[in-house]
Write a protein of this length. Structure first.
Length: 430
């Protein structure tokens, strides 16, 4: 197989998979996203655009381990009834659809700043669906609110999402927690406020469809109190340990355990103490793990065949002597390129480009622009961030659907405002 043929074949397979995801709700097949991506990965291997050993090596085992571990915890919380109880707490505090929407949006945004947003997306999806059903409002506004909340909220810290952590470690910026906060805290707060107001305006009719919930709906009691207590305490312990590990990593402290190992410890502890380990494992959504495995293989194939390098060659030039247009270029590249290869591969591609152009750890605005642009990209389409795919897959498991077009119609104005705010804050913060 010639190099040109291999490149064309890999690109064709990727575009076919991308198109299938975009138009999957139009066809009668209604294929799940995980099946599309796994099929795309299998096609890459079958056609030789990536070798079998290369495909195995492409699957990021720490990420899969982390997701598996969090799925164990979230599944235990779900089947025990603990998530329903938490939803009931929000309902009691909120007293209505608009209040519930505001409270859940704010809470999930805050949580995603300190934990990986993928985790919050996974935990939050069944919660917001439960809230919507108990208040007799459509689930789509709540799901979109969750997606935008975990995306925007995760912008401001190195531990908010995988691409931020990658930037913090690879760029070499000193005190990354404070560097990120210096450049990104204010625009993040502004974007959260603007997005919340915009979503409440867009969904003003849907959030007014209120039928007072019955008393038993508001005060849900866990179905299995023992499992609810165990899973809640393990979730709290794991969360604290993940936060601690992230803080150590951000501070440059070397230690043998990462968030994958910590989360696996928590999941193992839960399975041992639950007494319902088999039921928890059988109830997990294994499709999301397959989704990530397929995504890893497809992205690696694109990289091996030089397609990502070709894309990089068309990126706008960046000049240290002109920071204003450089910031605009970095943000725009982050938003647009992330729609093609997702934000984590996009950042992995962009980091060496900035370094080769002379950007150093002292150029905090550039790294902040890369973090902000690549993360806000998740607000534009469902393919812009892995957290979106998690929300959609988990929602479908609970009988709720959110199409590419429905996401884009709301995501387009949200992203436009977010990008403008981010650019202005970084520009005037120079």
């Amino acid at each position: 197989m010639t190099v040109a043929y291999s490149e064309a074949l890999a690109a064709a397979i990727f575009l076919a998979a991308y198109g299938a995801i975009v138009f999957r709700n139009v066809s009668r097949l209604q294929l799940p996203i995980w099946l599309i991506l796994v099929s795309g990965a299998a096609a890459m291997v079958a056609t030789g655009t990536i070798s079998v050993p290369g495909a195995y090596a492409a699957v990021n085992l720490p990420v899969i381990t982390f997701l598996f571990s969090m799925f164990v915890i979230v599944t235990a919380l779900d089947i025990s009834g603990a998530l329903d109880s938490f939803a009931g707490y929000i309902l009691r505090r909120a007293k209505g659809p608009v209040g519930a929407f505001t409270l859940s949006f704010t809470g999930f945004a805050f949580a995603s700043a300190f934990l990986m947003n993928d985790t919050i997306a996974l935990m939050g999806t069944p919660i917001v669906i439960t809230i919507a059903r108990k208040l007799h409002v459509p689930a789509k506004p709540m799901l979109l609110g969750l997606a935008f909340a975990v995306t925007i909220g995760s912008v401001t810290t190195p531990m908010g999402n995988p691409q931020n952590l990658l930037i913090a470690l690879a760029s070499g910026v000193s005190a990354p927690v404070f560097t990120f906060a210096r450049f990104l805290l204010l625009p993040t707060l502004a974007n959260l406020a603007i997005t919340l107001l915009l979503l409440r305006f867009i969904f003003r009719k849907e959030l007014r469809r209120e039928e007072p919930p019955s008393a038993n709906m508001v005060g849900s009691v866990p179905r299995d109190k023992r499992l609810a207590h165990i899973s809640t305490w393990v979730a709290v312990l794991t969360t604290l340990l993940i936060l601690f590990v992230n803080v150590l990593q951000s501070a440059g402290v070397s230690q043998p355990f990462g968030i994958s190992e910590v989360s696996f410890f928590g999941a193992s502890l839960l399975l041992l103490a639950s007494g319902r380990a088999r039921e928890i494992i059988q109830s997990m959504d294994w499709g999301i793990l397959l989704l990530f495995a397929g995504l890893f293989v497809m992205m690696q194939s694109l990289s091996d065949n030089g397609i990502i390098s070709v894309i990089a060659s068309y990126l706008p030039s960046l000049s240290l002597s002109a920071p204003a247009p450089a910031i605009a270029s970095i943000i725009a590249s982050g938003v647009l390129l992330s729609q093609v290869v997702s934000n984590v591969p996009m950042v992995a591609l962009y980091l060496p480009i900035l370094t080769s152009l002379g950007y150093t750890p002292a150029d905090g605005y550039a790294w902040a622009a890369l973090a902000g642009g690549s993360t806000i990209a998740g607000n534009l389409t469902i393919l812009g961030a892995a957290s979106n795919l998690i929300i959609i897959e988990e929602a479908e498991r609970h009988g709720e659907k959110l199409s590419f077009g429905e996401f884009l119609r709301v995501g387009l104005p949200v992203t436009a405002l977010n990008v403008l705010v981010l650019y202005l804050f970084l520009l005037f913060g120079l």
